[in-house]
Design a protein around this ligand. Structure first.
Ligand SMILES: [Zn+2]
Length: 469
């Protein structure tokens, strides 16, 4: 298994981190230019318009397309002023594209949305052009009768699971920081994310915010114990926690910030069974959504390893178990990973030539001693059972099961017994007893027929005598 963990202290990318015109951060035109540049520079990246905003601006994405591979959605800037989260998306993208040794470029499908809150950032960009001041806009500036900084809906309180559960960390005040809107999914930006999830059913979602160096897991509306999550999600959350720097915090929003919040993206994804993490970039000490640009590289580097772990572990983990049951060979393939498996094939290799029939699956072929069976995609924590019928004069044999077309999959190798119900000795006895039984029945039938015919003759004779009398 390949590890994508950083081994170099200095991370090299081609992105000019301090080149943006908002104190080194990128304004809206520069973000659009960067998206175009990346698409031109790397033909494997596809530029997509995934939605529109209230003011009809385009929400753009770059797709690292690898069909049938695990799918990850990476989002920046639900909140407009969190400028470092936008830079972070380009940094991650750049890291993947410029480090040619990374096999994840072909092993994962990743949709990068550097900027979700396009209207909010547009207002920040315009104001900075005029006054050289950064407007601290959090919401999407849709008109709600407030001054520009307080205008609009908090996009990360507008998602449709437990929306408006209570007024803790989400507000009914149109000028409040956490105004959740008039209904769940009332905003075009959240509708865009909802529709993308419906279409692509991502295996995991990473949403970047700032700040605090926090890794926040669901749920936000109330505390949900980690034990209530699928085992594969628990494992990944626990492993992520282990590699975080000691100054970072991991937990629910209540555990790391001391309050609950409803209507967040992560809770919506939790309700769909999709793995999600929300990351707040930048240490608390800088007290800024866009810290001094000289600090940015160090901050972004500290979040690179957790990102690579999350991407690496967004995978299927198929495990094969083989057992014998009479003349049947049963292969259980279960998926312990968080991603749905891609179409893959299992190869069952026998030590000796056997007469084998596949009872459960149609798509298969046999080449010498190797049986190849195509198995459909298996969802996380689900399993597929392959049943074979083995004929022939054999009770024990060695079998090896391998996977083709997937990664991180554990096969099986070992000796299997299949004689429990139908060994040769039992079969001989069954045949002998059957033959004797049939012969005995035949003899009994003969005796019965003989006596019956005798009695019938007597009866006819008697009947004839009566008639003649
Ligand atoms: Zn935020």
């Amino acid at each position: 298994m390949e590890k994508w963990i950083l081994i170099f202290a200095v991370v090299v990318t081609s992105l000019d981190l301090g080149s943006g015109s908002i104190n080194g951060y990128f304004n809206l035109d520069e973000i659009n230019d960067l998206i175009d540049d990346y698409q031109l520079q790397y033909p494997s990246l596809q530029k997509e318009i995934v939605g529109k905003t209230f003011y009809d601006r385009e929400i753009k994405a770059l797709r690292m397309a690898n069909p049938h591979k695990p799918r990850i959605l990476v989002i920046g800037a639900h909140h407009a002023r969190e400028l470092i989260s936008i830079t972070n998306i380009f940094y991650l993208l750049d890291y993947i594209m410029t480090n040619k040794s990374l096999s994840l470029r072909t092993e994962r499908e990743i949709l990068f949305i550097p900027l979700l809150n396009v209207d909010g950032l547009s207002a920040i960009s315009d104001e900075f052009n005029k006054t050289n001041k950064i407007l601290e806009i959090r919401k999407n500036i849709r008109p709600t009768g407030c001054k520009i900084e307080d205008q609009g809906i908090d996009l990360n309180r507008n998602y449709g699971y437990k929306w408006g559960y209570n007024n803790h960390g989400s507000s009914t005040d149109p000028c409040g920081e956490e105004y959740r809107g008039t209904s769940a999914f009332s905003e075009k930006e959240t509708q865009t994310i909802r529709d993308l999830i419906d279409i692509y059913m991502f295996d995991s979602v990473i949403s970047y915010h700032s700040y605090g160096d926090l890794y926040i897991r669901p749920t936000g509306y109330t505390h949900t114990d980690l034990s209530e999550f699928p085992k594969s999600h628990q494992n990944l959350y626990n492993d992520l926690k282990k590699i975080l720097p000691s100054t970072f915090k991991f937990g629910t929003v209540n555990e790391v910030l001391g309050y609950n919040a409803n209507g967040a993206l992560m809770d919506y994804l939790y309700s769909l069974g999709i793995f999600c993490i929300e990351v707040e970039i930048g240490p608390e000490k800088y007290n800024s959504f866009h810290p001094d640009i000289s600090k940015v590289k160090g901050i972004l580097d500290s979040h690179l390893e957790p990102f690579l772990l999350l991407v690496q572990r967004t995978d299927s983990e198929l495990i094969a178990d083989v057992s014998g049951n009479g003349r049947r060979l049963v292969i259980d393939v279960r998926n312990d990973g968080i991603a749905t498996s891609s179409n893959c094939e299992i190869h069952v290799q026998f030590e000796q030539s056997l007469d084998v029939t596949v009872l459960s699956h149609q798509l298969h072929q046999i080449e010498k001693k190797i049986l190849k069976v195509k198995i459909p995609p298996i969802s996380s924590e689900e399993k597929e059972v392959i049943t074979l019928l083995v004929r022939g004069d054999i009770e024990k044999f060695n079998v090896t099961v391998n996977f083709e077309g997937g990664s991180q999959h554990k096969g099986f190798s070992g000796e299997i017994e299949i004689h429990k119900l139908g060994s040769r000795n039992n079969l001989v006895w069954i045949i002998v007893i059957s033959v004797i039984s049939v012969m005995a029945l035949f003899v009994l039938l003969l005796i019965y027929t003989f006596y019956k015919s005798k009695n019938d003759t007597k009866f006819i004779e008697l009947a004839e005598i009566q008639v003649y009398a």
